[in-house]
Design a protein around this ligand. Sequence first.
Ligand SMILES: Cc1cc2nc3c(=O)[nH]c(=O)nc-3n(C[C@H](O)[C@H](O)[C@H](O)COP(=O)(O)OP(=O)(O)OC[C@H]3O[C@@H](n4cnc5c(N)ncnc54)[C@H](O)[C@@H]3O)c2cc1C
Length: 381
Amino acid sequence: MTSTLHLDSSAQPTIDIDFPNRLLSESSVDLSHSNTMALACAAGSVVELTDESQLDVFMASYEDIISQKSLFVLSGGSNVLLPAQLDAIVLQPKMCGITLVAQIDEYVDIEVMAGENWHDLVVHTVNQGWYGLENLALIPGLTGAAPVQNIGAYGVQLEDCLEYVRAYHLPTKTWHQLSTADCEFGYRDSIFKRAPNTWLISCVGFRLHTDVNKVLASYGDVKTVAQRYAEQQDRTQVTPVDVMQAIIDIRQQKLPDPKHLPNCGSFFQNPIIPQKQFTQLQTTYPTIVGYPMPDDMVKVAAGWLIEQAGLKGGGIAPIVTHQHQALVLTNHTPYQATQYDVATSQKYIATVVFEKFAIQLSREPVWVNTDGSVGYDEYVA
Ligand SMILES: Cc1cc2nc3c(=O)[nH]c(=O)nc-3n(C[C@H](O)[C@H](O)[C@H](O)COP(=O)(O)OP(=O)(O)OC[C@H]3O[C@@H](n4cnc5c(N)ncnc54)[C@H](O)[C@@H]3O)c2cc1C
């Protein structure tokens, strides 16, 4: 069985006959509205891909430019810190479509193109009675980026439902289908994250289930809120729809909406320290929050550290931590603040926390350099 639909009718796949000539834009493209942190960014070359075949055409037609410039893949821009000037060729995967590949008793196999909005996909699947993605509701971004850091929330990670990824290997100009094992997923990690700008993911295959009684609602407040939804519907059994609604509610209360206050979600990673160091810290700070990890290590709540360092709502303006969620850095001068401002504030916060707890904080979002390479740390102690 195969049927395809498009969630966003304005983004139907098309073969653009002017492509790839459109690439040769004379003026720079403003990407400050294309990243949720709303950092000022101008790019010289942006290529919008609405069909997989366009990638083959582009790679074959622009060999001379590609040999001189880096390629950078940008989707929803919710996990990147873009530079003020981006000189790389920016590839934007905007292919759309959701294909129902097979429906077998309690399972449904679907294939989703990279340009589909992630949250819209979650809502769509749950409304269809296809379950498994509900705990990942309201994570910003597009579907093609989801495997990059194996997105996760409320006890579920993308890899739990993912079957395969179709991706273009940029260095060899070849298409590949990667299984879950090939993707080498880890906690917020994958082969794609470890080799940035090497792959362009164009499509993701999922296996979802249709068992309305199978839910994962043990995490935090999810169970209580989901049960309230079920009771409102005169049901005792919590369904995946209740779980999705609960998670949407909780996330809306907890996290600032980037549309109103630009941010890129959790900015700092929870640091992992030796149990011995954690025990020593507990003697001075009995309320320190930590979770046991393998190999005698402890994952410490970075939000707690920042709050205890007196930096809730603090940092260096215009980039400051959220007043209710210290883990989130917010931009108070959208489209003007730059990557440099983020680095300055990050460095200040990390230094204050280090001086107090001797724990080094590092960032979660992807730092993008002017040439499109990622992972520059000049500003960070
Ligand atoms: C408010 C908020 C809450 C968030 N909550 C969560 C959460 O709960 N859990 C979680 O895991 N994340 C969370 N995030 C982070 C972010 O939403 C995810 O990492 C998301 O998958 C990024 O998608 P994007 O389309 O915005 O990717 P982008 O930010 O555009 O790109 C991120 C990285 O992926 C690469 N990339 C993007 N698309 C492709 C592609 N098609 N092929 C190959 N590489 C690609 C980029 O080059 C870049 O390195 C949150 C972010 C925000 C702003």
